[in-house]
Design a protein around this ligand. Structure first.
Ligand code: SAH
Ligand code: SF4
Length: 329
């Protein structure tokens, strides 16, 4: 798909665009919506992303890290509650490489869950040990492919390194998730168009598109929120470009508008993430100010009310035949 064709999609009447995306979604993925359990097990981070409330220089947040036992026990509970996938997310730091390997092995041996990791940038060796331990998927958003914007927003990080991490994950056989933030200061439609081309080229199995929600204790505190319409249009175009990708109706969307996740599901998104982080820690995992979270029962109700069904099983990518790793490291 060429740049020009994507530009034309952005210029289409929203209703027409949404209808095309919905038709494609129902043709490729049917009516299933997958529900994932999201465990935010640590808010410690060595990075300083200008948009994020967990950035190292935000001294106003109390840092926490759940123990291995606590993580495994929450995973077991999620398994019993009927989730097919657990997403383990945290800030980025190198200390827990080995512990993480053990956590993955233990979750895999004690539950029937698929595991998605979202732990930032690590070496290929580290990604390999987690993959061999049984991790199935990895979510690493590129955030923006505009080099200038990237280096301003993610000081001391490099776009090139993030891209090489994504290709390493691909080589290691992960189902790769990536995505972007909509509404970054200075970001243009042309930038978003190029981001989508990059994600298409990488052929992601999961595409996460969420609006910027400014956090008061970050340098972007005075920025505007990402636009709902632009986020929805980008999701719809993402669906048209990547018909088989899993696309979450992100929690950031919910922070924009209480009906935004339902709108996203109606135009091509097919995944909901439900936070299972214990209450006493959740208040410290403020990447952005979040609205009241959705629980499992209300997620199921929402799915039904839209005429969709709750996805069965682990909800692996339907894009290609998926092989699970059975060998332990
Ligand atoms: N530390 C890991 C994973 C946790 S952050 C990483 O950075 O990859 C998960 C995602 O939160 C990021 O990819 C980013 O896209 C999103 N995020 C951070 N701050 C945000 C904000 N203020 N508004 C919207 N999304 C934000
Ligand atoms: Fe850390 Fe991720 Fe937040 Fe950046 S976005 S500061 S890497 S938690």
């Amino acid at each position: 798909m060429l740049l020009r064709e994507i530009e034309l999609l952005f210029n289409r009447e929203p209703e027409e665009l949404y209808q095309s995306a919905r038709t494609i979604r129902e043709k490729t993925l049917g009516k299933e919506v997958h529900i994932r359990a999201l465990l935010e097990f640590s808010n410690c981070c060595q990075n300083n992303c200008l948009y994020c409330g967990l950035r190292k220089n935000n001294r106003l947040v109390q840092r926490y890290q759940l123990s291995k036992e606590a993580i495994v026990s929450l995973a077991k509970k999620a398994d019993q509650e009927g989730y097919g996938t657990i997403v383990l997310q945290s800030g980025e730091h190198e200390d827990y490489t080995e512990e993480m390997t053990e956590i993955i092995q233990e979750i895999k041996s004690k539950t029937n869950l698929a595991i998605t990791l979202s732990l930032g940038e690590h070496s290929k060796d580290t990604y390999e040990s987690w993959r061999k331990a049984g991790a199935d998927r990895y979510l690493l958003k590129i955030e923006t492919t505009n080099e200038n914007l990237y280096s301003k927003l993610r000081p001391e990080c490099s776009l090139r390194k993030r891209i090489s991490c994504l290709y390493n994950l691909r080589e290691l056989g992960y189902q790769v998730g990536s995505g972007i933030i909509i509404g970054l200061p200075g970001q243009t439609i042309d930038d978003i168009t190029r981001d989508l081309l990059f994600l298409k080229e990488l052929d992601v199995e999961m595409l996460a598109i969420g609006p910027l929600i400014p956090h008061k204790n970050t340098p972007l505190n005075m920025s505007r929120k990402g636009s709902l319409e632009l986020t929805l249009k980008t999701i719809a175009i993402g669906r048209i470009m990547l018909p088989y990708a899993h696309i979450p109706a992100t929690t950031a969307l919910r922070s924009l508008d209480s009906t935004a996740q339902a709108q996203a599901l109606a135009i091509g998104a097919n995944v909901l993430m439900i936070g299972i982080t214990p209450k006493q820690f959740k208040e410290y995992y403020q990447i952005y100010p979040s609205s009241k979270p959705m629980n499992l029962a209300s997620a199921k109700e929402l799915i039904k009310s839209l005429g969709y069904t709750v996805g069965e099983g682990k909800g692996h990518s339907p894009k290609s035949p998926w092989k699970e790793v059975t060998t332990n490291a």
